[in-house]
Design a protein around this ligand. Structure first.
Ligand SMILES: Nc1ncnc2c1ncn2[C@@H]1O[C@H](COP(=O)(O)OP(=O)(O)O)[C@@H](O)[C@H]1O
Ligand SMILES: [Mg+2]
Length: 323
């Protein structure tokens, strides 16, 4: 099977800024590909290039076998997009939104009603189909957008930050639908996110993007293996790091905030040996590696999450620090 997407040195510059920098990617048919990176990394720009909403500065890509530069109309016929910003019409009902979109995308008239019913069911909006979208919750809107992105049966679906701004329950809901699509078959899904957990739980492979570059690309579990499996923090006397960092199962060791932070291959098996080698340990904390750790390792800096929730946490932390 030919790949769903191939990019060749795909580049987009905005003046002096290179938002997408000579990206070469191959995405398999039926794959869920997660594009993970902080705000400003170039995720939306890449999606806009692949969906022909933006013109590449240089390089090109094939989407569903069609060239984004030479055959943009053919590309558009084969794709669906769920934008980062809400884009369903508030003053129409859910059903009307789907109807309008079906007409725009040339779904055969005789099939429209049947498809609408199916999509409404898939995203569990049947009961609210005839309410105005302005009465929908954030999660319901997103689900309607996903239904709309799929109703013309695209080969490739782009989901740009599909859960941005949703509360945790709606986010989990949207994840369930995306998993459902994945199980249902042959739609290739390109999903951008700056939530590590989201990329981890939905993607077959993840490309980590930073400043327009794909800095790492692998399966979620392989990415986590590359940074080790577990992080262990030890509160212990100075000099302990030298005693433990050369142990065969320790892949990395640093001093951090008055304790030492070790990346271990398998803490279940090796923790005892570690504690024995360390000697005098006051406190131990073990946690699984997350994609935050992965990002820190490959990008050299942490993912800065700028969502409302996060800034709320930050505000709470700040007010605690002031006290
Ligand atoms: N139309 C534009 N004009 C100028 N700069 C832009 C434009 N769109 C995006 N950028 C810049 O390109 C970079 C990548 O943006 P974007 O693709 O939106 O990142 P992400 O989706 O990963 O947050 C950012 O620095 C952004 O400010
Ligand atoms: Mg974006």
């Amino acid at each position: 099977m030919p790949p769903a997407i191939i990019t060749k040195d795909l580049t987009k510059r905005f003046g002096a800024l290179t938002a997408v920098d000579a990206i070469n990617l191959e995405i398999r048919e039926g794959e869920v590909f997660g594009l993970l990176g902080p705000n400003g990394a170039g995720k939306t720009t890449l999606i806009n290039l692949l969906s022909t909403l933006l013109k590449a500065t240089s390089g090109t890509a094939l989407v569903a076998g069609r060239d984004i530069t030479r055959e943009p109309l053919e590309v558009r016929r084969n794709i669906g997009i769920v934008f980062q910003e809400p884009s369903v019409d508030d003053l129409l009902t859910g059903r009307e939104n789907l109807w309008l979109h079906s007409l725009l995308y040339g779904v055969p008239r005789a099939e429209i009603n049947g498809r609408i019913e199916k999509m409404l069911e898939l995203v569990r909006l049947t009961a609210r189909a005839d309410s105005f979208v302005k009465t929908y919750s954030g999660g319901m809107r997103r689900r309607l957008e996903i239904a709309r992105g799929l109703i013309h049966r695209p080969k490739v679906l782009f989901l740009d930050e599909p859960t941005l701004g949703l509360d945790p329950a709606s986010r989990k809901d949207v994840w369930t639908y995306i998993r459902g699509l994945k199980d249902a078959g042959d739609t290739t899904i390109i999903l951008t996110t700056h939530y590590m957990e989201e990329a981890d739980s939905l993607s077959d492979r993840i490309g980590i993007i930073d400043q327009g570059h794909i800095i790492e690309l692998d399966t979620p579990s392989a990415l986590k293996r590359k940074v080790g499996q577990d992080i262990v923090y030890l509160t212990c006397p100075p000099g302990t790091l030298d005693k433990v960092k050369h142990l065969p199962f320790v892949s990395e060791g640093v001093e951090e905030d008055g304790r030492i932070r070790l990346t271990l291959d398998d803490s279940g098996r090796n923790l005892q040996a570690l504690l024995k080698a360390a000697g005098d340990v006051e406190e131990v904390e073990v946690r699984r590696v997350t994609l935050d750790d992965v990002f820190l390792k490959f990008a050299g800096h942490q993912i800065k999450d700028e969502t409302e929730n996060h800034s709320m946490f930050e505000r709470i932390a700040e007010s605690r620090n002031r006290r």
